[in-house]
Ligand binder design. Structure first.
Ligand code: CP
Ligand code: NVA
Length: 307
């Protein structure tokens, strides 16, 4: 059966672990797997800007023996004249998988519906599951087994990153704290899904409005831009609303002494995080960015094996 990764909870806890185990193996033996030898092509489609996702998928697909076809929707029919469903019918006859960065989650669902090849969410307004695989890999490398670790996410908890941390984090058995004000908390249905997953993994999710209380004893501190792509017109209001959720030296000082700092990048230094923190000794952001490559290669190998 064709499997897709549209949101983080498309993977069970066991499947997430299997993919992360493989990612670590591929990090140590980069050219071992060639499921795309031929070369077979993978379509990588962008409705929004990207550096890390574009590069890591292009490099990763080539590492796997394949050929990446990078498509910008600005000069394709998708998003204008053609539906995701019709686009998928055309692509599935020629490519081995479809990777898509877009706005609405519903577009990805339509793309995946009935499509014979795996569809991967490379970031939507609601979720960024590829980033979370890389982040969990980074946590495993620096902190060991993620089960039972406490992670605090600061800022826009209703963003793709906030909601993906909730779902992927509880799947990994972590205690996820969202430090966000009213109006920036994850959607109730996402929280309900996380509670259901947490019941079987031993993880948990908590909403903590007080930014200092949310840092207390955390193993991992995370933030992301306050102004996600598509929200640019709300910048002034967002900076006002989220101003007290900046990750500072003081916040890092309340977390565990060996806590690590993560940020998916790109970062706005001085807004969601102080330069002292993101460029400081607890920051592991460059490992995190590299791990996009290894995690996504493992994901593609795994998805192609399920066919
Ligand atoms: N973190 C991330 O997805 O970065 P890009 O927007 O550069 O792809
Ligand atoms: N939340 C950010 C993530 C960028 C990788 C955005 O959607 O712009």
């Amino acid at each position: 059966m064709t499997r897709h990764l549209l949101r983080d909870d498309d993977l069970t806890a066991a499947e997430q672990t299997e993919i992360l185990d493989l990612a670590l193996e591929l990090k140590n033996d980069r050219w071992r797997e060639k499921p795309l030898a031929g070369p077979q092509t993978v379509a990588v489609i962008f409705d929004k800007s990207s550096t890390r996702t574009r590069v890591s998928f292009a490099v990763g697909i080539a590492d796997l023996g394949g050929s990446p076809l990078i498509i910008s929707t600005a000069n394709s029919q998708l998003g204008g004249k053609e539906t995701p469903s019709d686009t998928a019918r055309v692509l599935e006859r020629q490519v081995a998988a479809i990777v898509w960065r877009t706005y609405a989650q519903s577009g990805l669902e339509e793309m995946a519906e009935g499509t014979r090849v795996p569809v991967v969410n490379a970031l939507s307004d609601d979720f960024h599951p590829c980033q979370l695989l890389a982040d969990l890999l980074t946590i495993r490398e620096h902190k060991g087994d993620p089960r039972g670790l406490t992670l605090t996410f600061y800022g826009d908890g209703r963003s793709n990153m906030g909601q993906s941390f909730v779902l992927a984090g509880v799947t990994a058995g972590m205690h996820i704290r969202i430090a966000a004000p009213e109006g920036y908390q994850p959607r109730p249905d996402v929280l309900a899904d996380a509670e259901r997953i947490a019941a079987s993994t031993g993880g948990s999710v908590a909403l903590i409005a007080d930014p200092e209380a949310a840092a207390d004893g955390a193993d991992v501190v995370v933030t992301d831009t306050w102004v996600s792509m598509g929200k640019e017109e709300e910048k002034i209001r967002r900076v006002q609303d989220l101003g007290s959720y900046k990750v500072t030296d003081r916040i890092m000082g309340l977390a565990k002494t060996d806590a690590i700092f993560l940020h998916c990048l790109p970062a706005d230094r001085g807004y969601e995080v102080d330069a002292d923190v993101i460029d400081g000794p607890q920051s592991v952001i460059w490992d995190e960015a590299e791990n996009r490559l290894h995690a996504q290669k493992a994901l593609l190998v795994w998805l192609l094996q399920q066919q």
